[in-house]
Each structure stands twice: as C-alpha cells, then as structure tokens.
Design a binder for this molecule. Sequence first.
Ligand SMILES: [Zn+2]
Length: 361
Amino acid sequence: MRISGGGVSSNPPAVSAIQPSSGAVQSPSQDVVQISAGDKIKESSNSEKTGMSTGAKWALGILGTAGAVYGAVVGHRMLTKPSIEKVAKNFSEIFRRDVSKDEAEKLVKKYEELLNIEDTEEFCKKAFEEVKKDYGYENIPITLKINKVKDVNGAGDAGWDSERGIININLLTDRFNGKVFEKNRRGRKCKLQEIIHEFQHAKQHEIAYRTSRDGIAEAIHETRGNMQKVKENIQSLLNGKKYKLEQQANKMNISVEDLRKQLESIIKDIDDKKIGSILFDKDERIVLDDLFEKLPILDKDSQEYKLGLKYIENTKNYVRPGNDRKGYHSQILEKEAENSEKIFEEIYNYFASPYRIPWVQ
Ligand SMILES: [Zn+2]
C-alpha cells in the first residue's frame, strides 16, 4: 500500500537496482480504490480522537468523496499514469541498474515508438535489440530465434536457452492467454513483456555464472541429467583427434599434457559433482563463457552473490510448468521474471493512459 490520506505518501524504501523486487506489484488502480475507501475512512475516524478541526475533517471528507467518485467513474481497471520518477524506478528494477529520470524519459519514448511497429516480426527483432541493449548486453552474443510454428520448444511460446544463448520467441502465440497473438499494440506489449521475461533469465544466469562458474555449469548439467554424456565426452576428447584436445587446452590456457592429466584423473575417480569444474560438454559451458566470461566475478559479500547462489540452487531444482504449476510460479527464477513483466505493465501505463492522478506515485 503506497498511499495514505491527504496526499501524504508512505512509499516503501527504495529497492536497490540489483535486488529482485519483493512482493507483488500493486496495480495503481487498486491504490485508487484504497484511497477512496479504506484510508480515508480510517483517518476520518482517527481524527475524532485526535481532535482534528472541523475544517480539516471537512477537507478530508471532500478528498474522500473525490476519491470515491473517481473510483466509481474510472472503475477498477482504469489505468493510472505513474510519475516519471516511478517509471525510472521501474526501469531500474527491470534492468538491475540505476536508470535516471532523464534516461527513463528517453526509454519511455523509445518503447512507445517500438510498439507502433506494425509488422510483428520486425517489431520483435527491434524490441529484442533494444531490450538487449538496456540490459547491458549490447556486446554479448545473445541471439533471438523467432519461431512461427506452434509449440516448438515444448513450453510452446518463449524461452531462454541457456545452452545456446538464444531467446526463443513465438510469433503465433501469446503466452498470457494461450491464444493466438493479437496483432495490435497490446499484443505487441505482451511480446515485449515476454522478451523482458526471458532476458531476466539471461541476467539470472549471468549473476549465477559470476557467482560460481562451475556451480551454474554443474547445475545445468544436473538438470539435464546427462552426467553420463559428459563422461563420454571426456573420453572421446581423450581418444579423439589431437587437434581437438589442443583447441580445448588453448581455450583453458594450459598445456595439452596438463589437460590430459586432468581429464584422466576426472575419469579415474569419477565424482559427478566434480565434473562441473571442467566442462567438456562444449556446447554449454563454452556458451556461458562466450557470454559472460569478461564480466567480473562477484564479491562474496555482495547482494548479487547471494542471489547467484539462489539461482544456482533453483537451476538445479528447476520446476517445469508441466509438472507442478504452483511450484513453477513460486520458484525464484520464474517469480522474478514474472515480476519484471508486471513492472513493465506499470511502465506501459505511463504512455497508454491519459490519466494522471497527481498524488499517485
Ligand atoms: Zn520464465
């Protein structure tokens, strides 16, 4: 609840840009309803005890009535245009970096223009590039794959493929209602939310990687249940063409002999947990390296590091939507990604709604 009576706002403490948003984002219209009903009434009755002047009570009464009338007129679902300060805070939360008011103004303009691109595919490509830039991934080779066939990747609609650094987007579906994608502004907004959602997963893997490279690689392997395959890959690397071994050694900046020794010792006392420390299932560890290797390792005392540990844990025990819907939505990886969609909804209200209530943040 962000609003109390008489225009005094009791905002929650500012959330650091790196922290995930805690709790659900309330829709502004709910706040409006509350201002007209709950708080006003409560404050009015409090004023009896505090000996508030008749004039003040009368003023509160007017405000309360105005609020009630507004609530009745605009109804529960009407959008409220948030302040630009709030929008800047929203962008900061989504992109996990400080976004100033000035930048927020530019971003709002950019996203509003994006939504006017009528060609769906062109829109998705541009939206992907812009969101990528705003997440700070301009020079990181995360790529977009546009699918035009229903149910291509199992989940059906959109997905972050951590093993290939790809974000899948399906042009045919709208994940929010499971129906065919609507070719209008609102439909495109939903696509933008999907893209933001998937980039949030990329961000989580970045933080996990910077927390523990081996940890996240291992977690991904565990999820896939392909430890046996990793062992086979080690074996085939050892027994295969020499140049492949040289390539791998080069990549790790060690001699071929050292690499061979390490590989052999791993095979000898095969402890699955250890496999993550040197990954030879090229395709994924190398992708994570390609994406995030240049970024600094996180300080163990940092908030991000703590998050990284949670992401690794969740990656290991990731609940797929088909198995357990409640578990799927309540795990941190999905909760955060879904929350970023809700936050973007507020940003969307900034340019979609002509109504601005001055005292609503
Ligand atoms: Zn997700």
